[in-house]
Design a protein around this ligand. Sequence first.
Ligand code: HAM
Length: 422
Amino acid sequence: MALLFRRPKGTEDVLPDRVGYWQFLEGKVREVASRFGYGEVRTPTFEEAELFARSVGEDTDIVSKEMYTFEDRGGRLMALKPEGTASVLRAYLEHGLHKGGGLTKLYYISPIFRYEKPQAGRYRQSHQFGAEAIGSGEPSLDVEVIDLALSIYRELGLSEVSLLLNSIGCPKCRPSYRQELLKFARAHREELCGDCRRRMETNPLRLLDCKVEGCGRIMAQAPVISQYLCDECREHFEEVKGGLRSLGIPYREESKLVRGLDYYTRTVFEVVHGGLGAQNAICGGGRYDGLVEELGGPPTPALGFAGGVERTLLAMEAEGKLPELDERVEVFVAYLDDPGREALPKVLSELRRAGLRADGSYTGRSLKSQLRQADRMGARYTVIIGGEELAKGMAIVRDMELSEQREVPLDGTPKVLREKLG
Ligand code: HAM
């Protein structure tokens, strides 16, 4: 058969044989996030494109090259969301969650869309789990958010994770760093790519996360921001590091880590995994103390992170930590003849109402092939029904492991099987 349609490049189908891994991961995220006091938020798949231009930044790759934008039928410019933070803050303001004046802690699991060059671990539709803590500038909150991210990875069984940490300062101290960076970039102008030459004019910090290899080599020699932090930012960073140490969380200071989104201030971090190739960042986050205000709200410090679901699953696979999935049916119902086949839907329905995972064959095959199917589906018991037994109100219950069978009153089978299956 020639396929008429294929899935779009950079997207994946998750079939039942693997969906259990996703459910396992999502379950752990929900469990750990709620233990930390975060409530789930679900935001739309698309938003006004301007929301991301304003928050993630016009000059970022995400907005300038990768966003799926479209004009809707009403002529509005919309975008499939390329990340979750902007949407969460939009919802936070729209629903007046800022009015309480306290701390708001939210988490989400959501698809994101970026028109990237697909490769292992990089997709055009991927999925993130993330958390945002909005309403406090305390360094201890940075520590909590990082602890939350790492706790999720620990609960998933991952051990080859490393935390990379940096501070990128605030609007007070960043301009002096920007000057120095620009001075350095001007001296190397001819060696930089066209995009970087443009970035020099618009947003020099973005020079540090250019994906072109030659630019990366040059920028590795550039001045680092840690030397330009103001006293408040330096103190904040020290307190975050002290807090991490007191929780026994190891970190590596990475002076070139600036992240690919414009909204960050002060603390930024990534979690990388040793078992992955080039796309080894399984999580990224940081503070964004100016963003709520930028989106029209009151000055409100905040921070958060997002982890990639696909990359996290790849990391679990690399460490052999994907869970055993039990997709087996508990009870299979087979029929011997036409009266048995007619009774099949009712017998199945009663077993399912009794809470059993039950299935049967609708394909009109012989008993032998039905039993083979029951074996393939991993059934522990098979209920066999036929005209003769039905007339007596009985059914045959077959233990598939022991290959033993006996007659049981039909209306008592759900109860008998529930007891046998514990
Ligand atoms: P981000 O670093 O762009 O940050 O994405 C976070 C994580 O999402 C990455 O580390 C990666 O695991 C995953 N990811 C991103 N793009 C792709 C892709 N194309 N294919 C596969 N995985 C991908 C953010 O999105 C920020 N909103 C994080 C944040 C939340 N900062 C503060 N709060």
